[in-house]
Design a protein around this ligand. Structure first.
Ligand code: GDP
Length: 308
């Protein structure tokens, strides 16, 4: 079930309740159960669904509602608020300032869309007149540097990394080095000297959550002292989202989340779980492979759209 379907199912459940002549406990419970089912089918973590259910029941006490209260409206509002709460950790992430150097480190599993998203993020700010730069600290995956280089060149963004004897224009830096920590530090320092205001560090991923990956992330983070760590997650990750996001959060100070491949057929509910696991807001979503297929994420408009 893609997110649009989730929205549709919730809206239908609310509509069914609205169509009932009288809203009694049974109608209310049927509606909530339908919403629970839709959320679970969309891979939202069971505990989150349970919490949402409990909260709505607490907020909407049908017996206490005096006659004249619009029960439908109150229930609809409670559902809307709870969905927003799921996606809103209650604190905003670090916001880089134009003209002042910020270091932003990207983490995530291999294939999550991390490298693509680094360029999208850089491109987004570059369009607004910032001076971003990309550092490829992924020496694990063969071709990672080439990919970042290709993307960066297309977007006309300076980059730094290690590869094997590839001739590059003089304003770009490239050499042979396999220590990701060293590359990250050198890249960040180089771009700081050049007064780049957004230095983006792409780190390596693994297919699975492995101790080696987390250790490497920790070291890169310790050495580069990022102002913000962004966790990149593939929206199709499903029920594994909560545990995966939590594992990353436990290793580095994740401060924001970007969900990729929202254009695909993913159920998408994992994004709700990732917010809960990292207690960090989703700041952007990826909606395609192209550099411009990248949207700022805002909770209320998103939930409004979701519910039609
Ligand atoms: P990494 O291993 O995490 O660095 O992942 P990549 O950046 O190499 O991305 C893996 C694949 O996902 C590539 O084919 C990307 O083009 C694709 N990809 C990344 N973001 C999106 C997105 O938002 N939508 C779609 N459809 N594909 C994406």
């Amino acid at each position: 079930m893609v997110l649009a379907q989730l929205g549709g199912s919730i809206t239908r459940a609310l509509q069914q309740m609205t169509n009932a002549t009288v809203i009694d406990e049974k109608v209310f419970n049927d509606c909530l159960n339908e919403i629970n089912r839709a959320l679970l089918q969309s891979d939202v973590q069971f505990k989150l669904v349970q919490d949402m259910h409990t909260n709505i029941k607490k907020i909407v006490n049908l017996q206490d509602l005096a006659a004249g209260h619009d029960k439908r409206k109150i229930i609809q509002q409670a559902v809307f608020n709870e969905l927003c709460k799921m996606l809103d950790p209650g604190k905003s992430s670090f916001v880089p300032k134009k003209g002042k150097t910020s270091v932003v480190m990207f983490v995530g599993l291999q294939g999550s869309g991390k490298t693509t998203t680094c360029t999208k993020y850089a491109h987004y700010y570059q369009k607004k007149g910032w001076k971003p730069a990309l550092v490829c600290a992924d020496t694990f995956r063969a071709g990672a540097f080439d990919q970042l280089k290709q993307n960066a060149t297309k977007a006309k963004i300076p980059f730094y990394g290690s590869n094997y004897c590839i001739a590059v224009p003089s304003f770009l830096y490239s050499y042979m080095e396999s220590d990701p920590v060293k590359i990250a530090v050198e890249g960040v320092e180089r771009f700081k000297e050049e007064n780049r205001d957004l230095i983006i560090v792409d780190t390596s991923g693994r297919h699975k959550q492995e101790a080696a990956l987390f250790e490497e992330m920790r070291q890169v983070s310790e050495a580069t002292k990022p102002d913000l760590v962004i966790f990149v997650m593939d929206s199709s990750i499903g029920q594994a989202a909560f545990d995966q996001a939590q594992a990353f959060k436990q290793s580095v100070a994740v401060g924001a989340v970007i969900i990729t491949k929202m254009d695909g057929h993913a159920k998408g509910g994992g994004s709700l779980s990732a917010v809960a696991a990292t207690k960090s807001p989703v700041i952007f979503i990826g909606t395609g492979e192209h550099m411009d297929e990248f949207e700022v994420f805002e909770v209320k408009p998103f939930v409004s759209r979701l519910l039609g």
